[in-house]
Design a protein around this ligand. Structure first.
Ligand SMILES: [Zn+2]
Length: 476
């Protein structure tokens, strides 16, 4: 007997979308059959998904939970919302796996940093999760073998900044010599580098210039975090990686046409490189900084211009962009608005909840993308690149039963008051063409017609391994 059957839905399988029944036993997908075939066998519960779209649970490869935000004008920090709240919102919106970061702070050992983060999250996350290891500053030589050990222990992605981002965040940047060494280690051990690439010289030059000209309002952010900076930094990182046999790159929050072009050119040359963009870069431009509470659209590097927006969209259609993430920072509007300058405005956004439905609306409904392409952008591609596939990111026999049923009859307008994240949403008033009627995490129904039954004990840490295929050529 099957535990659950999701019957008659338009199921987005790895082979394409077709009407099918999906049978679940013990947290896994046990069978996929013709419409009505599994429902006829009988199950503990049969969900009729007629007229609805059935997809693998969303994967957000870039979120920050319980993350310190500097209080402007001080050296103090406020913490953003933790995994409990973010994961509840994620599940409501159809995301069942989130990837956050384990920061290796000064004096830390990599293993201790990861274990600390794991301890902090155990029993405090409703959905499944993993961490990118984040290194920063001058890297002590002892760190390199620790990174190799971490990759082999199931933490294959390492986040690196090529810039301090703002003058107040000094200490983030890793110099090119150290990046070179990390790339060599990752290539050897089977990892992938997740890069925040901006040209630090140009960024800091523009901070000085705008400060001198007394133009420090955040609406000038795109003049500091420029398309040229993305051009220089992306190409510099790519040239470095292309000279390390086996080095693979995941370019985080690509924001500009220059970044897209750099990734596309490298992919054409066979470099194993993948592009992530953020939903705000696809939906807003630097013009939106001028709107009331314009900070709510901001995340670093910065919103750019119409040409960038167009290039990013084009790249989501089998081009340089494989994943659409949120760069989630869940905090109240009051905190999101407290910085008003180019050097103190908070990055990140609330958005993990509407992401899947928003991207469905923008890709399938507005741009005519196929369902498989939509699923690639919100789930399957991240699973493949980050070493979770096909356990995650696939409706396939043997995969975890992370199943989301998207209902076109639940078309809705985004209202922050009806979401489960922050008290604001950068997506307020947006029309969503679908909304989940059912969200299942490893066979357990977490959200049923809007009713949440997730538990903080449900979320599991995911050990990952990036396949050779992903690390040897642009395979997604
Ligand atoms: Zn981030």
């Amino acid at each position: 007997m099957l535990d659950v059957v999701i019957a008659n839905g338009m199921a987005v399988l790895p082979s394409g979308a077709e009407t099918a029944d999906i049978g679940v036993v013990g947290g896994r997908i046990m069978a996929i059959g013709a419409p009505g075939s599994l429902a006829a066998i009988g199950a503990g519960r049969t969900v009729d998904a007629s007229g609805q779209i059935v997809i693998p649970g969303g994967i957000d490869p870039h979120v920050h939970c319980r993350w310190p935000i500097v209080v402007p004008g001080t050296t103090q920090h406020q913490m953003t919302d933790g995994p409990a709240r973010v994961s509840e919102a994620a599940l409501h919106g159809g995301t069942t796996t989130i990837l956050d970061f384990a920061l290796v702070a000064d004096g830390d050992n990599v293993q201790q940093a990861i274990e600390r983060r794991q301890k902090e999250w155990a029993g405090d996350c409703h959905c499944d999760y993993a961490f990118h290891t984040m290194v920063q500053g001058k890297l002590p030589h002892e760190l390199l073998p620790q990174l190799a050990e971490a990759v082999q222990a199931g933490h294959p992605s390492v986040k690196i900044f090529t810039t301090d981002i703002t003058p107040s965040r000094k200490g983030r940047m890793v110099d090119f010599g150290d990046i070179w060494e990390v790339l060599k280690v990752l290539a050897q051990a089977g990892g992938i580098a997740a890069i925040h690439a901006e040209d630090n010289d140009l960024v800091m030059h523009m901070y000085e210039k705008l400060t001198r000209e007394d133009r420090t309002g955040f609406e000038n952010m795109a003049e500091v975090h420029t398309t040229l900076s993305e051009d220089l930094a992306f190409n510099r990182v790519i040239r470095l990686a292309a000279n390390v046999e086996g080095a693979a790159l995941y370019m985080m929050h690509t924001s500009a046409a220059t970044g897209v072009n750099a990734i596309a050119a490298a992919r054409a040359n066979g470099v194993p490189i993948y592009g992530e963009t953020l939903h705000q870069y696809l939906m807003y431009t630097a013009e939106d900084y001028k709107r009331p509470n314009g900070q709510i659209y901001h995340t670093y590097p910065s919103l750019k211009f119409q040409a960038d927006h167009d290039a990013l969209w084009k790249a989501t259609d089998h081009g340089a962009i494989q994943t659409i993430a949120t760069d989630e920072i869940c905090c109240p509007l009051r905190i999101k608005l407290q910085g008003r300058r180019i050097d103190d405005t908070t990055g990140g956004n609330a958005g993990v909840e509407p992401r899947v439905s928003l991207i469905y609306t923008e890709t399938v409904e507005k741009r005519g993308y196929g369902l498989s392409d939509f699923v690639g952008l919100v789930s399957a591609n991240a699973a493949k690149i980050m070493g979770l596939y096909p356990c995650k990111g696939a409706l396939a026999v043997g995969s975890d039963a992370d199943v989301v049923v998207l209902d076109p009859r639940r078309r809705r307008i985004v209202r922050a008051t009806e979401m489960h994240e922050a008290d604001y949403s950068p997506w307020e008033d947006r029309d969503l063409a679908v909304w989940p009627s059912l969200v299942m995490l490893r066979g357990k129904i977490a959200v049923d017609n809007g009713i949440f039954s997730g538990d903080l004990k449900d979320g599991q840490f995911l050990s990952r391994k990036v396949p050779e295929e992903i690390r040897s050529r642009p395979a997604v």
